[in-house]
Design a protein around this ligand. Structure first.
Ligand SMILES: CSC[C@H]1O[C@H](OP(=O)(O)O)[C@H](O)[C@@H]1O
Ligand SMILES: Nc1ncnc2[nH]cnc12
Length: 286
């Protein structure tokens, strides 16, 4: 691996390349948790060092359950990433959130079942705050940009993350609606949790592809793919303008998430663990 990036884009369904960077190189990054979903494209955006990772791999090979999110986020941390903009295709749980709208989620409700969702599962115990799972500064910026470009953007949506890969039953969809959730997807968890553990600011541009089964006869891939294609321009526009505006020097509380969160006595953490997780805990452990 040879590369550095301050800002990362994680592409979701239909976003496998943002074509916004100059001087691009593909790099392979290895991590203690294995390999990320694909090689990472590093490049320049003006003065900024940026990178791109397709969440499901090129050609959409990795299902939500099998995503190695630990490797994906660890690899970005190793590159020096401080801010992640994630793109995600979602279903809507509300009438006024229409297909092709944008939602910038501010909360997540976790309905996943079988995903490793922490870096700290061996020899070290860490409890990070996750009350507000997205970076509020970045999310406000994304919403502002979406509105300024004429998109129907909803700030502050709650994203319910299901295990998938099957879509929900009608009963489940109606329960999520009765609980007041706004959008539904399969990938925000554990990505957002791991970004917090890695002290990286993390925000999502959720693009609506369907109304989920509470509203539709059935969720079909035909509808979803048609809207994924229509949503692509919005995602690219918002990312482009966000990259212009983001200030990597500006401090944020997301970047101090491990401060005071490590419960284990430093002397009890093995040398191997300190070495293995150096990119995450190096600044807190001697
Ligand atoms: C393409 S439909 C279901 C699929 O789309 C979303 O993925 P992503 O968040 O990576 O855009 C959803 O979470 C499912 O994985
Ligand atoms: N209805 C839906 N449920 C779960 N994930 C989705 N991604 C896009 N639409 C979805």
């Amino acid at each position: 691996m040879k590369g550095h990036a301050d800002i990362a884009i994680i592409g979701g369904s239909g976003v496998y390349d943002v074509s916004l960077f100059d001087n691009i190189r593909q790099i392979e990054v290895d991590t203690p948790f294995g390999k990320p979903s694909d090689s990472i494209t590093v490049g320049d955006f003006g003065e900024k060092k940026v990178c791109f990772l397709p969440r499901h791999g090129t050609g959409h090979r990795v299902s939500p359950t099998n995503l190695n999110s630990r490797a994906n986020i660890f690899a970005l941390k190793k590159l020096g990433v401080k801010q992640i903009i994630a793109a995600s295709a979602v279903g809507s749980l509300k009438e006024d959130i229409k297909p092709q709208d944008i939602v910038i989620p501010y909360q997540i409700y976790d309905r996943t079942k079988i995903r490793p969702s922490t870096f700290f599962d061996q020899d070290i115990v860490v409890h990070t705050g996750f009350a507000d799972p997205f970076c509020s500064g970045m999310s406000k910026l994304l919403h502002k940009i979406a509105i300024a470009n004429g998109y129907n953007s909803h700030p502050e949506g709650t994203y319910v993350c299901i295990e998938g890969p099957q879509f929900s039953t009608r009963a489940e969809s109606n329960v999520y609606r009765s609980l007041g959730f706004d959008i539904i997807g399969m990938t925000a968890i554990p990505e957002a949790k791991l970004a917090r553990e890695a002290e990286i600011c993390y925000s999502t541009i959720a693009t609506v592809t369907d109304y989920d089964v509470w509203h539709e006869e059935d969720v079909t891939m035909e509808t979803i793919i048609a809207n994924v294609i229509k949503n692509e321009k919005a995602v690219r526009t918002i990312i482009h303008q966000a990259l212009e505006s983001l200030d990597i020097e500006q401090d944020c509380e997301c970047r101090h998430a491990l401060d005071g969160a490590i419960m284990t006595d430093s002397e009890m953490i093995s040398y191997e663990t300190k070495y293995r997780l150096k990119a995450l805990i190096g600044k807190y452990s001697d």
